[in-house]
Each structure stands twice: as structure tokens, then as C-alpha cells.
Design a protein around this ligand. Sequence first.
Ligand code: UDX
Ligand code: ADP
Length: 465
Amino acid sequence: MSKIKINRICCIGAGYVGGPTMAMIAEKCPHIRVDVVDINEARIAAWNSSTLPVYEPGLGEIVERNRGKNLFFSTGVEDAIRDADIIFVSVGTPTKSYGLGAGRAADLCYIESSARMIAEHAKGPKIIVEKSTIPVRTAQAIATILDANSIDGQFQVLSNPEFLAEGTAMEDLAKPDRILIGGEQTEEGLAAIEALVSVYAHWVEKTNIITTNLWSSELSKLVANAFLAQRISSINSISALCEETGADVDEVARAIGMDSRIGPKFLKASVGFGGSCFQKDVLNLVYLCEQFGLPEAAEYWDQVLQVNDWQKKRFSTKIVQSLFNTAMNKRVAVLGYAFKKDTNDTRETASGYVCRDLLIEGAQVAVYDPQVSLQGMKEHLIYLGVSEDILEKQLVSCDSALEAAKGAHAIAVLTEWDEFKTLDYAAVYDSMLKPAQFFDGRNVCPHKDLKELGFDLYAIGKSDS
Ligand code: UDX
Ligand code: ADP
């Protein structure tokens, strides 16, 4: 089998996955030219500026070091496709909002348009790598489009799912638990797999690079995210039981997590999981099970999502109940809008759902998030169905937690930003109307101090607070 040499890599899609992943490849492989291309001009302009479109600790430094050397961001999709040896496809795969499979299946329109562009512009042999989270058997769809449309391209399609988590993306990319590469088990397919392995082998131990067939790789990504989401829904279901019975969910999580068979990670009870992957991937898994005639399996995984929706609703309902059953014209301070700390991403954020419920109840919602702009919040709330009129009248974006708290009846911590752990809560309490209600959706604040200051405290999975 002859070895394929990789000199140039192109990545279609300069988003939360494509941008950081390519920055890491450029950093670790100085001899490879990496072109990140996107049809969104504003996004590319931001990648070429000092304010990157993605907030991720450590990303700025790596981009700064490599941009213009072997890392390039541009809208020149056609040239980049033509010149690349490997083309990563890293475009979004949101849940379909229309037609067949609406609300559950992944929308593959961006994948399809990328495949058509590759078919049109590629010449000679290319390795196509699907990086986006996608339902199983998408690689086959990409291959079919390529074969049907290309004049003189020869393609090998690989699946190389990304396991980075936002907020820790650079660490995850630098020291991945594993790299997974799936490909066809033919001579050409194995040569393409080997070529991609050789890129990662510049910084990842070969023993941590797993190679499989295409379908196993694609399905593994969905299943990994489904298992992680399932753990959070499991502990969140227990948080409700703890609230009723007097157990403390953090103590339960600690006790069960010390069982090495269970392990301590992903057992943090919260107002609910968010992010671009968990809901979408579990929906996809449910859809796949249904499509393959397995309704019991579909129902099992669907429960993970139902518990997540229930948890978000339980939280917003608790706030309204504590405000004597009406939030109308009352100011509620919300600390944190991003779906987790250290990111500016708002996709599926639990904070958005709680804000939506409060706005619909008539509350004045005063939000502070260190990274999410008012525009970002508005776009997300409109996506959740809140009218522009309500946003205009009731949503306030604040520059600090203290500003948000001023004159508020209640305060809710919905993202676990580090700065919320060490706020001057005495000043926060003083600035609020009394009785001052505190809702900790992440259990990150100093609960004993809050109660001593006089707050009425509600925290996920704590009964006597
Ligand atoms: C996830 C997967 O972790 C990652 O491997 C995959 O590539 C993409 O999807 P991400 O969504 O970026 O990553 O973040 P993650 O850290 O998994 O958190 C997802 C959500 O779960 C967040 O809202 C987080 O706050 C919540 N969460 C996480 C909990 O509520 N409790 C926990 O114990 C862990
Ligand atoms: P992810 O979290 O998977 O990285 P994002 O939505 O952050 O998803 O990024 C996907 C990017 O892909 C967007 O910037 C979008 O403009 C880009 N994109 C979608 N379709 C195409 C295409 N056909 N060609 C180039 N870029 C595309």
C-alpha cells in the first residue's frame, strides 16, 4: 500500500469545531498548510481579527501564533478545495425544523452543499473527512454525491468525529482521550485512514488512535454523547428526589462516583444540559431507532430528553412560585446565559429556556453574562419563540452581576462562570428587594453564606436550603 503524503489541509466550516481543531493541527504540524474556509464573510473577518468569533480559553494565542504562517482563514472555498490533500467537512448539522423527521432528524443540507462544492472543484485524489456530528451512514451519502457529480476527483470518505467539549476545547484537542477514525476496509480506504492517522500522530500516541469501519465510527459519536447526556438526566432525576426527601444530590453524586465502575465525571446536577450536541445527538439516536423499527429503544433514549426538559421547567416554575405565583413586572436577575462556562455559545442553553419562561410570565429579565452579547441573547430567545416586542420591553442586558441584581426580587445563577463563585453577595443582597430570593441552578455559590446573608435559597437537589 503506497503512503499518501499530506501537505495541505482544508476545512469547510469555521465554527466552534472547525476553527479550534484546525488551529491545533496547524500548531502541531508546522509543515502542513491549513486553510479554514467558510461562506460566512463576517465570521471569516472575525477569525482574521483580534476578536475571534469563538470564545475558547487558549484559542486566541494559538491562532495568533500560526495565522498567516501555516493557518489561513478565508472565503476562498473553491481554491482551498482544489489544492487540499485532505478536506475536513465541519459544517453545522442542526436538528431539522421542517418536513420529514422535523424536530428529530439532523438537517444535512450544509453537508450536502459542501459535498457538491467538493465534487465541483476537486481534481485528483482527495480524502474527505466528516467531522460534523451526523447520523450514521452520512459518509455513504457524501460518497454518493461525490461520485455522481465529480468529473475527475477520486475520493475516500472518512469519519473522524470530534469529541472536544466547548470551554476546554484546546486542552481536549491537545490531549484527546482518543482519536477515532472510521473508513472503508478496502486497500484505498485503509491508505486514507493511515494518512489521517499520520497527521494526528504528530502529537497523539498511536495507541490512542482507534481505527474502525465507517458505521462504527459514526455511531460511536452519537452513542458517546447519548451516554453523557443520560448521566446528567439520571442525576437530575435524582436531584428532584433529593429535594423531596432531604438527601443532598452532591453528596449522593460523590458517594456513587467513588465506585470506580461508575466514576465521578458528569454527575453534576444542574438546571439541565445544553450545547449544540447532546439534544441533537440524542434526537438523532431516537430517530435512528425508530427508523430501524426499534420503538422501545427509541422511547428509552427519548426519556433522557424528557427529563432534561422537565428539569428546566421545574426550575423556572420554582422561581415563579416563589414570587407568590406571579412574575409580572418583577425584576429577575439572571447570571449567565452561555450553556456552560468559558464559552460564548448559547445553543440549547438551559438559561435561554428559563429566561423564555420568565419573559412569558411578564418578568423583567436582567441578564449578565461575561461573554454573550445582548444580540446573541436576543437571537437565541427569538429562536425559542419569544416575540421581539417582549424582548424590547422586558429583556435587559447588564454589564455586571451587581447591576443585574439591583432592584431585583430574585436572582438565578444559570451558568457556572467562576466569577459567580466569589461575588460580593452581601452587596448583591443589599441591592435587591426583600425577601430576596436566590436560585442556584448550578450549585456553585456559597450556600451557607447566602443563607446567613438573609437570602431565601433554592438550589438544585437540596431540600432544606
Ligand atoms: C459535548 C461532549 O462532552 C463532547 O465530547 C462532544 O464533542 C460535544 O458535546 P459540550 O456540549 O461542548 O460537549 O460540553 P459538555 O461539557 O459536555 O457539557 C454539555 C452540557 O451538560 C452543559 O450544559 C453542561 O453544563 C452540562 N453538564 C455537564 C451538566 O449539567 N452536568 C455535568 O455533570 C456535566
Ligand atoms: P459547529 O459547532 O459544528 O462547528 P457552527 O455552526 O459553529 O457548527 O459552524 C459551522 C460553520 O459552517 C458556519 O460558520 C457556516 O457558515 C459554515 N458552513 C455551512 N455550510 C457551508 C458551506 N457549504 N461552505 C462553507 N461553509 C459552510
